[in-house]
Design a binder for this molecule. Structure first.
Ligand SMILES: [Zn+2]
Length: 390
């Protein structure tokens, strides 16, 4: 754990400045001290002191920039970048079918790259056994935190999964306590779509307002507003997948009948595909080949239009016009997201006189987890330390 000495513990304003500079470095990759001060709107002396501290803590370092103008002493210019070598965090993607592990430095990469993947078991003890095996393979010391992307409805402050329609055993398992038996570091649970939304913000900071909708074993989302994750009164929002679709009689894992995700989450989508195309196997490969060859056929139009209605309704409520689609729909030929985008444009009120856009993007949960870890564990504001169980 990085120890910021008491003398160096900044005022809340200084901490905000630290976060701003680290966030800028995450987005820019590298920058000179002068560029950082100017972009952040911080005085050069203050910026310089914070950068010095980050370097002392090993969170950032300087590299020569031969392309920059030399200073008055004829030395090459120097650029600051976050440390991309030493693993500070262990990122875990706890998913319905698979659990993935990655060691992550402060300077995380934009795209996900997992070191190890194992099938997710169906019990807490089985999962603990797998986590121990993973720890034996991933050599890491002095971790600042274990950052876990989890599906379902998650109380991130309490570190508890409240409801997980597709992984019910995790509701009664104390995941942070299990992890604490394996790794000696603070544990953060972060709802998987919120992690992906933070990662998307990291990848494209020019879009600070968007709704992310993910299609995987379930359908869910997250809202980013003015460059920050939206915080709702309840520990849940953007649960688009559990909106009932008229005429849909499929049973959902949440206990209700007719939820959107029974048709648009991957298992439901494959079932729709197989039912509409007799003789086709219920597999991802067959579905992808079918869409590539035949485009968006009526059975898929019906599924996408139902989804577009739910997304358009969300945009009308939230006052947003930019949607990022991740997961299985984004992995199908681009005609699928294009169709969805046109249907959302038609259903959202902003689309009557302005532009409403849906774009496909990869999941960037590791970058999002790292961003959350830096904020909540390395540079926490007053009151945030408790969130990590410190
Ligand atoms: Zn449901």
């Amino acid at each position: 754990m990085v120890q910021i000495k008491s003398r160096a513990i900044p005022s809340s304003l200084r901490r905000v400045n630290e976060r701003t500079l680290v966030s800028l470095l995450m987005r820019l990759g590298h920058a000179s001290r002068a560029q950082l001060a100017k972009t952040a709107g911080i005085s050069q002396p203050t910026c310089g002191k914070i950068i010095d501290e980050l370097i002392t803590l090993g969170l950032a370092h300087e590299v020569e920039d031969s392309s920059a103008a030399r200073d008055c002493a004829g030395r090459p210019g120097r650029m600051v970048q976050l440390d991309a070598q030493r693993p500070r965090f262990l990122a875990i993607q706890f998913d319905v079918n698979e659990t993935s592990f990655a060691l992550v430095p402060v300077g995380a990469k934009v795209e996900d790259c997992w070191n190890l993947k194992v099938p997710t078991t169906d019990s807490a003890q089985g999962w603990l056994k797998q986590a121990r095996a993973a720890a034996g393979k991933l050599k890491c010391q002095d971790l600042c935190g274990v950052l876990v992307s989890v599906p379902g409805i998650v109380d991130e402050r309490a570190g508890k999964i409240l409801f997980s329609p597709n992984l019910h055993w995790s509701e009664t398992a104390d995941l942070p306590a299990l992890i604490a038996q394996v790794w000696n570091a603070p544990v953060l649970l972060i709802q998987e779509n919120r992690a992906a939304a933070l990662g998307q913000l990291f990848a494209d900071p020019s879009r600070p307002d968007f709704l992310l909708v993910d299609f995987g074993q379930g359908v869910g989302g997250a809202i980013v507003e003015s460059g920050r994750l939206f915080q709702s009164p309840l520990p849940m929002n953007s649960e688009l997948g559990h909106t009932p679709i008229p005429g849909n009689r499929r049973q959902c894992g949440c206990g209700a009948v007719g939820c959107l995700e029974t048709k648009l989450a991957l298992p439901g989508l494959l079932r729709c595909f197989a039912e509409a195309n007799r003789g086709q196997p219920e597999t991802w490969e067959a579905l992808e080949a079918h869409v590539r060859k035949q485009g968006v056929r009526p059975w898929l139009t019906e599924c996408l239009d139902a989804t577009a209605g739910v997304i358009a309704g969300s945009l009308n409520v939230l006052g947003l016009r930019y949607v990022v689609i991740t997961g299985s729909l984004a992995q199908l030929p681009s005609i699928v997201v294009d169709h969805l985008s046109a249907a959302v444009q038609g259903g959202a009120l902003w689309g009557r006189f302005g532009e409403v856009t849906c774009v496909g993007a990869p999941r960037r949960r590791i970058a999002g987890l790292a961003a959350a870890g830096i904020d909540r564990l390395l540079l926490p504001l007053e009151g945030e330390r408790q969130m990590a169980g410190d």
